[in-house]
Design a protein around this ligand. Structure first.
Ligand code: PLP
Length: 396
């Protein structure tokens, strides 16, 4: 079945070439260190690409979010708001620090957190909001940043889907206090399957994130202070360094091989995103007259980078519900259609934290109807045609 080949083709978004291969070997031959020159080089390139003042590489997107929560000072008992339609990592970052997480329902057109419903959810305890630039479309950041100034909370952007996406000409990840990116194998660019980076313009947040990323280690060179503290081991006058730990932190570092691959991937990101944007335009053009399908709406001031291509299926109009569509696409045509995501308040993790069905009606309606069509930079015209033909013929 031709679908088999197609299924394999759509599995991951990652695309590596000769440049990545050479980068891996070069660092390997240089003993493949962790957190070395390649990490610094990747951070510089990433900061330049996004326009952020600082960037720090980390082990993955989840740790980028976790360190951001530490960076802005989230403590047990603080309240943090995000969207119920996201990967659990977004909500887990504050929860694992002892914060209380609540959701704000989505905008039914963009599927992003609805800023019009945000103000009602704020309490004096609300310390942060995490907007997620879902599927690659930026959130309404002016409204969210306006409320953050009025009500004094921090904004941490979850930009895991949205590297290179722009809001009113500004790259995402540079608008809030920090931006969190993932280089997981399924994201728009990858650093060998896992990886992440935090961007910020705030030097204090940057220092805190850098410290907690690596055990809060501070290296003191030739410090007389520590010399006196530990005179026996380190006699005054000799050249030495002394390591101190400001607090108990973590090891969320990235390796140099990963960062060297990141340096090559970031050079290609605009090209790879453009393929996604072109493929999305093809699908939108080819599917717009199919009754019962709602195709993505891109806000005119947004650059959407189509990490995923979301489609809503109205079962009455389309003649088939979402579950049957997913099943038939796979079994009739060999095409793997996704559903991103199950609303987080349906999960055991959040049911056990007191959440119930009925709390976020727009998210719940979306979950009944939304599928994500395969999209990636490697899709050929033939694969796209096959995808469209399959959708058009599925009801017969
Ligand atoms: C992938 C993802 C993350 C987490 O990134 P990892 O690198 O997998 O840890 C966070 N938020 C969203 C929206 C994601 O899709």
């Amino acid at each position: 079945m031709s679908g088999i080949k197609f299924d394999l083709e759509i599995k991951f978004g990652t695309q590596y070439g000769k440049e990545e291969e050479e980068a891996v070997l070069r660092v390997l031959r240089n003993n493949a260190p962790t957190s070395g020159d390649e990490c610094i080089r990747f951070e510089k390139m990433f900061a330049e690409y996004t326009g952020a003042k600082y960037a720090r590489v980390v082990s993955n997107g989840s740790t980028a979010l976790f360190l951001s929560m530490i960076g802005i000072g989230i403590k047990p008992g603080d309240r943090v708001l995000t969207s119920p339609i996201t990967w659990i990592a977004t909500a887990a970052a504050p929860v694992t620090l002892g914060a209380e997480v609540d959701f704000v329902d989505i905008d039914p057109v963009t599927y992003n957190l609805d800023p019009n419903q945000l103000e009602d959810k704020l309490t004096p305890n609300t310390k942060a909001v995490i907007p997620v630039h879902l599927y690659g479309q930026p959130c309404d950041m002016d409204e969210i940043m306006g409320l953050s100034q009025k009500h004094n909370f921090s904004v941490v952007e979850d930009a895991a889907h949205a590297i290179g996406a722009e809001y009113k000409g500004k790259k995402v990840g540079t608008i809030g206090a920090t931006g969190c990116f993932s280089f997981h194998e399924q994201k728009n660019i990858s650093t060998l399957g896992e990886g992440g980076i935090v961007t910020t313009n705030d030097p204090e947040i940057f220092e805190k994130i850098s410290l907690y990323r690596s055990h809060c280690t501070r290296v003191h060179g030739n410090s007389t202070k520590y010399c006196k503290l530990d005179e026996e081991k380190f006699p005054i006058g000799k050249k030495f360094w002394w390591q101190d730990f400001d607090d108990c932190g973590y090891n969320f570092r990235m390796t140099d091989i990963q960062a060297a691959v990141g340096c090559e991937q970031i050079k290609k990101v605009d090209m790879l995103n453009q393929h996604r944007i072109d493929n999305a335009a093809y699908l939108t053009e080819a599917l717009q007259d199919v009754p019962g399908l709602t195709l993505p709406t891109v806000r005119p001031y947004n650059k959407h980078v189509f990490h995923l291509y979301p489609v809503r299926i109205d079962p009455k109009e389309f003649g088939m519900n979402k579950e049957d569509f997913i099943y038939d696409m796979l079994h009739k045509f060999g095409i793997k259609v996704g559903f991103h995501y199950i609303p987080l308040h349906y999960s055991t993790a959040f049911k056990n934290r007191g959440m119930k069905k009925g709390q976020f009606p727009h998210a719940e309606k979306l979950a009944e109807e939304l599928v994500t069509l395969p999209i990636n930079p490697r899709q050929t015209e033939e694969a796209l045609e096959y995808l469209v033909k399959s959708i058009r013929s599925i009801r017969s």
